[in-house]
Design a protein around this ligand. Structure first.
Ligand code: HEC
Ligand code: HEC
Ligand code: HEC
Ligand code: HEC
Ligand code: HEC
Ligand code: HEC
Ligand code: HEC
Ligand code: HEC
Length: 458
């Protein structure tokens, strides 16, 4: 007599349940193993390296020398591609920066020339940019301030950490204190090359994701005389970046605004990044039409092409009129600075110098400090705020400070040194308001405060 159909199906069900149970346990075990693997320290660095590099790693691990570099390197794209220590640190016996170390001929200071072996085009763009010449500031007022008025040790850990030092080696290829450690953007290297790629691509990850972070640029582009990171953070762009950063795909290989990411631009988007019609560039000046650094802003060579390149970035998100009108307003703000404040102030300084009221030595007269802050700090902030949508820097940290110090300090100090020297400036229509406002203008102002607060203005 055969089993009833129901009983057979019970057997079958038991089998299915058992099979599921086995599969479940197997899955749990497998996930466990995979998790264990994942939580192991990064795959042993030695697994990737060439024979020479393996020696560096093994010995440094054994003697516990700078081991973090081995581990960062092991997580880098270079390690994944089999590019070991020796690829960057190797030198030739005739190289000016050669350093003999444990039977190897190395360089202690890998430079852009070492990267150029594999990244030729990028190194060329970088080397031709203003970044690469940033350490050549001897003769500038800032340098006299840093080196002379302040002093050498201050400049080593101040100016040169951003701009770059001139690295000097002892007779054995070891860099000497005072010139190194340094990863300033325009560092002058013993092999004759300029700059440091590590200024943005921190070793030994050498990552592009990290370089795309606005804070990477903000390490140098900050503070009272060039507050680009602060301006960016207050702008709508910075706000959008903070809100949507995980959509920005900073870790993507292909990173093209308007194509592979949207939402907001970061520094690297506008100044370096690819668009559907433009390649990525390591020349950060390639899209800059004005220079905002000097006393007078000047148009750069081929400024129309550079402006068009920048506008093309904007137009991946904005429409044409928005962008064109914004640039018009920006250009007007730069013209305002140049004509209303920079030119008159510099004419007055020239007159004071010509009449011997101030000496040719910088910073030995009080008015020279006033004048320096007027253009180098306040006037730059005003222009930079205007260039990158930072209204508070354009206004309160910018033109407000310019106007306040121009009228209440600079003109006053100049007139004390040489009475009458400011008269031509006060004749200019832009400054005519100083002679007194019209009764209508004064009434409008009083009425405003009466209506809004029921009070008189002080
Ligand atoms: C046999 C052991 C050994 C090998 C192999 C070795 N190193 Fe070193 N390395 C050391 C020791 C020990 C130090 C620290 C003392 C010193 O500066 O000599 C050091 C320090 C360094 C320093 C820093 C020097 C300083 O002045 O602070 C660098 C850079 C370096 N090694 C790079 C390398 C590279 C690249 C390789 C492979 C091409 C390598 N090393 C191979 C033992 C080794
Ligand atoms: C992609 C190029 C590259 C590779 C690969 C590389 N390095 Fe470096 N290394 C550099 C650069 C650039 C510096 C910084 C030099 C400077 O700015 O003075 C440096 C500096 C160093 C220093 C001294 C700096 C310090 O902080 O003490 C050590 C030690 C070092 N590297 C070891 C290694 C070891 C070990 C490996 C292999 C695991 C390795 N490097 C792989 C480019 C590289
Ligand atoms: C021996 C050749 C070689 C040398 C030398 C070399 N690189 Fe590379 N680098 C590569 C290769 C290959 C890649 C991977 C490219 C890819 O994945 O498409 C790479 C990738 C990179 C990346 C992109 C990493 C990422 O996040 O995707 C950066 C940044 C970089 N290198 C910087 C440097 C710097 C800086 C130096 C010099 C200090 C240097 N490289 C030296 C070959 C080299
Ligand atoms: C925090 C980093 C930092 C420090 C410190 C610093 N600078 Fe600068 N400096 C910059 C940046 C960034 C610029 C470019 C600003 C811009 O383009 O808006 C600049 C611009 C300049 C310029 C104008 C260059 C030109 O082409 O017109 C000179 C000159 C200069 N700095 C010299 C100095 C000196 C000298 C010191 C020390 C007294 C110093 N800097 C300190 C970051 C720094
Ligand atoms: C001012 C900061 C800065 C400096 C200095 C710098 N880079 Fe970059 N680099 C970046 C940024 C940002 C990116 C990512 C740009 C993008 O994807 O639009 C990048 C990307 C790269 C890449 C990846 C390219 C690709 O096609 O994916 C390489 C390789 C690279 N840089 C090498 C170098 C080398 C070599 C140097 C020195 C000669 C250098 N960088 C100096 C900021 C910098
Ligand atoms: C280590 C310091 C440092 C870092 C990091 C740095 N810069 Fe600069 N940058 C400078 C200095 C210094 C100058 C002025 C160079 C000069 O004129 O001598 C400058 C100039 C510039 C200029 C003006 C170029 C021109 O041709 O007028 C732009 C734009 C710029 N940087 C953008 C960036 C961006 C974007 C980043 C990040 C991806 C960045 N910088 C990272 C120091 C730095
Ligand atoms: C929305 C695009 C955009 C973003 C984001 C952006 N910039 Fe700019 N930047 C500009 C424009 C436009 C100018 C003015 C160009 C001109 O004068 O033609 C400018 C000017 C500059 C200058 C002035 C160069 C000089 O001559 O002094 C520097 C330096 C600079 N930017 C650095 C940065 C840094 C650093 C960041 C991020 C913290 C950043 N920018 C973010 C668009 C941008
Ligand atoms: C990746 C997209 C993107 C790029 C590229 C871009 N922007 Fe924007 N921009 C935005 C977003 C998003 C806003 C915020 C829109 C809103 O307020 O609704 C914005 C806002 C603005 C504002 C308004 C600021 C305010 O305070 O209201 C101005 C002006 C502006 N952008 C100009 C520019 C210029 C000029 C460029 C090129 C130099 C540029 N943008 C590049 C996305 C972008």
């Amino acid at each position: 007599m055969s089993e009833p159909a129901g009983a057979m199906s019970l057997q079958f069900k038991k089998l299915i349940v058992a099979l599921f149970a086995v599969a479940f346990i197997a899955a749990v075990v497998m996930v466990g193993l995979m998790e264990k693997e994942r939580h192991k320290p990064e795959k042993a660095a030695v697994a990737y390296a060439d024979a020479a590099s393996r020696k560096c790693i093994d010995c440094h691990e054994a003697k516990h020398i700078a081991v973090d570099w081995n581990r960062q390197w092991a997580q880098s794209r270079h390690a994944a591609k089999g590019i070991g220590c020796i690829a960057c640190h190797e030198a030739q016996p005739t190289d000016p920066d050669k350093w003999e170390h444990e039977g190897f001929i190395l360089t202690h200071v890998p430079s852009p020339s070492d990267c150029a072996k594999c990244h030729e085009q990028i190194t060329k763009e970088f080397t031709e940019s203003h970044h690469a010449s940033a350490a050549q500031f001897i003769g500038s007022l800032d340098n006299i301030l840093g080196e002379v008025a302040e002093g050498g040790p201050a400049a080593n850990l101040g100016c040169r950490q951003c701009h770059g030092s001139e690295v000097k080696l002892d007779g054995n290829g070891i860099p000497v204190a005072g010139t190194w450690p340094n990863t300033g953007i325009g560092r002058m290297n013993p092999d004759g090359s300029h700059g440091t790629c590590t200024a943005c691509h921190t070793r030994h990850m050498f990552s592009k994701q990290q370089a795309r972070e606005p804070r990477t640029c903000g390490r140098c582009h900050m503070g009272p005389d060039h507050p680009q990171i602060e301006i960016f953070e207050e702008s709508k762009h910075g706000i959008m970046f903070t809100a949507w950063r995980e959509k920005m795909k900073l870790d993507a290989d292909e990173w093209i605004v308007g194509k592979t990411y949207t939402h907001a631009p970061v520094c690297a988007t506008c100044h370096m990044g690819a668009t559907p019609t433009q390649e990525m560039t390591h020349d950060v000046g390639a899209r800059i039409a004005w220079t905002l650094r000097p006393l007078f802003s000047k148009r750069q060579d081929k400024w129309e092409t550079k402006r068009a390149a920048m506008a093309a970035v904007c137009q991946e998100c904005h429409a044409k009129t928005w962008v064109a009108n914004y640039f018009k307003m920006y250009d007007n703000a730069v013209d305002l600075w140049n004509s209303k404040f920079a030119k008159p102030a510099s004419d007055i300084m020239d007159a004071l110098k010509a009449s011997g009221k101030i000496t040719p030595t910088p910073f030995d007269d009080n008015i020279e400090w006033t004048f320096y802050e007027l253009w180098h700090h306040e006037g730059r902030r005003a222009r930079m705020g205007a260039s990158m949508m930072g209204p508070d820097f354009t206004q309160w940290h910018g033109f407000y400070e310019v106007a306040k110090h121009f009228y209440t300090k600079f003109l006053k100090e100049a007139n004390e040194l040489q009475p009458g020297v400011i008269d031509p400036v006060l004749q200019m229509p832009e400054h005519a308001w100083k002679k007194g406002m019209t009764p209508e203008q004064i009434k409008a102002m009083l009425d405003f405060y009466q209506q809004r607060y029921g009070q008189k203005v002080q």
